[in-house]
Ligand binder design. Structure first.
Ligand code: ADP
Ligand code: ZN
Length: 430
């Protein structure tokens, strides 16, 4: 049931003692990097001065901008000790680059093996990794983790939908790693090939890399006939394997023996109350080549206050609600794209894809939500479609407090992505 029982179920006091020890070690390593040496000195923080993991609050935050501008100044070991680099997807601007030592790669693989084992994956599983290999951490990160666990690993990579289905058939794939929006999109390919995913031996899917709602998980589980687990990570902190859902499927355990977790109010920078949504802040506790301290992830989530019935003592994060920087402001109202998805994906008439377009006319912001309708409903008469349009508009209005224009479109007509979905097109001049 546990991959690493000692660490996964460690009583909190022992876990916190381990965190303190590793935090001190991390600071010692960080002092070798020109960037952190200066930062820590200025803040007057020393490894020995820390009395508890909470004392990490004296360390200044690290931002994405720091990572973009500091480059090699963040390394705490010579470049020749590094064996790999990865870069973030660059969803919100220039990508950041992360360097790993051999030891860091091994630790990362261990965390992913632990995560997948937790969901029930075993060495007898056949694991198809449908994430981009290359600079993106999703591909190689999971690949090494699955091999570490001992599963037969198919390095399928992203895209090439027909081939993905053929691989599943040929090798009797049982576990998938897939971007949730792509999992919905792939159903169209299954249909056109006359293959029912339910007839395949698929039983587990790891879905992550982008925000998604509970309804999207349910749709994936139902269509494929498997259990889908939320997987969270970011390249700045290794990549995937930072937090993962257990069999309870209720929040993601953050591996606190490897990451120091904080959730802060992004305005006041003070800790958020348990259960309150705030910005996730993470500190590497075991990365040696390029430890990152108090990284402001910009990801929004809440810390779940209850302990988990699965027996793991590591605290859980709620589903990621979005990023602080993907909040839309429309007519003075703050809107998160996930609010729109929550409304749409709860409606059975809505298909797999939608797109939010923002335009400006006569100094007035307009939001148009283009929604793919399920084929069976799209065939209905115009009167039906008009009433559906109205139903969606009203549902969005009551969630968002502004009234969007809703356009219903045919299935498979909106632009698709084989990587992270692009849901927002902002055509307003900045
Ligand atoms: P980029 O920030 O350029 O997209 P990464 O490829 O490192 O870089 O992706 C990490 C980001 O992806 C996270 O900070 C988060 O915003 C998003 N993400 C990853 N996993 C999840 C998940 N399970 N749920 C929601 N968002 C996720
Ligand atoms: Zn649990």
């Amino acid at each position: 049931m546990y991959w690493d029982k000692t660490h996964e179920t460690m009583p909190r006091p022992a876990l916190e003692a381990l965190q303190l020890e590793r935090l001190r070690e991390t600071l010692r390593a960080a002092q070798n990097s020109p960037f952190y040496k200066e930062r820590l000195q200025q803040a007057g923080v020393t490894p020995e001065g820390l009395g508890s993991p909470g004392d990490a609050r004296a360390i200044p935050f690290t931002t994405k901008e720091d990572l973009r501008t500091q480059g090699l100044g963040l390394l705490s070991r010579p470049l020749e000790d590094m064996v790999r680099l990865h870069a973030s997807s660059g969803t919100t601007g220039q990508a950041t680059v992360i360097y790993y030592t051999r030891e860091d790669i091994a630790t990362w693989a261990e965390l992913l093996a632990r995560s997948m084992y937790m969901t029930g994956m075993r060495a007898s599983d056949v694991f198809q990794n449908m994430m981009g290999y290359g600079l993106f951490t999703g591909g190689l990160g999971f690949h090494y983790g699955a091999e570490r666990l001992g599963a037969l690993t198919i390095p399928a990579g992203a895209g090439n939908s027909r081939r993905q289905v053929q691989l599943m058939q040929q090798f009797s794939t049982t576990a998938l790693h897939i971007i949730p929006s792509y999992a919905l999109y792939l159903l169209v390919t299954f249909e056109s090939m006359g293959v029912d995913p339910q007839d395949l031996p698929l039983r587990l899917a790891f879905i992550g890399a982008e925000p998604h709602t509970e309804d999207v998980r349910c749709r994936i589980e139902e269509a494929y006939g498997l259990k889908a687990f939320n997987s969270y990570g970011l390249s700045e902190l290794n990549g995937p394997g930072v937090a993962f859902e257990c069999p309870e499927q209720n929040g993601m355990h953050v591996w606190e023996d490897h990451f120091l977790l904080e959730v802060i109010n992004p305005r006041t920078l003070e800790p958020a109350a348990p259960g309150e949504v705030g910005e996730v802040v993470l500190t590497n506790l075991s990365r040696r080549g390029m430890p990152v301290l108090r990284y402001r992830t910009r990801d929004l989530a809440a810390l779940l206050p209850e302990t988990c019935p699965c027996g793991r003592t590591h605290r859980r994060l709620s589903r990621i609600q979005g990023r602080t920087d993907d909040m839309l402001i429309l007519k003075g109202v703050n809107i998160f794209p996930m609010q729109i998805e929550r409304v749409l994906m709860a409606m059975p008439e809505v298909g797999a894809n939608y797109l939010v377009e923002l335009t400006r006319e006569n100094f007035n912001d307009l939001m148009t939500v283009k929604v793919e309708v399920q084929q069976e409903f799209f065939q209905e008469d115009l009167k039906y479609l008009k009433s559906l349009q109205k139903k969606i508009t009203n549902a969005l209005k009551s969630e968002l407090l502004v009234t969007p224009l809703v356009e219903l479109v045919e299935p498979q007509t909106l632009p698709r992505s084989e990587g992270k979905a692009l849901r927002i097109a902002d055509h307003r001049e900045k």
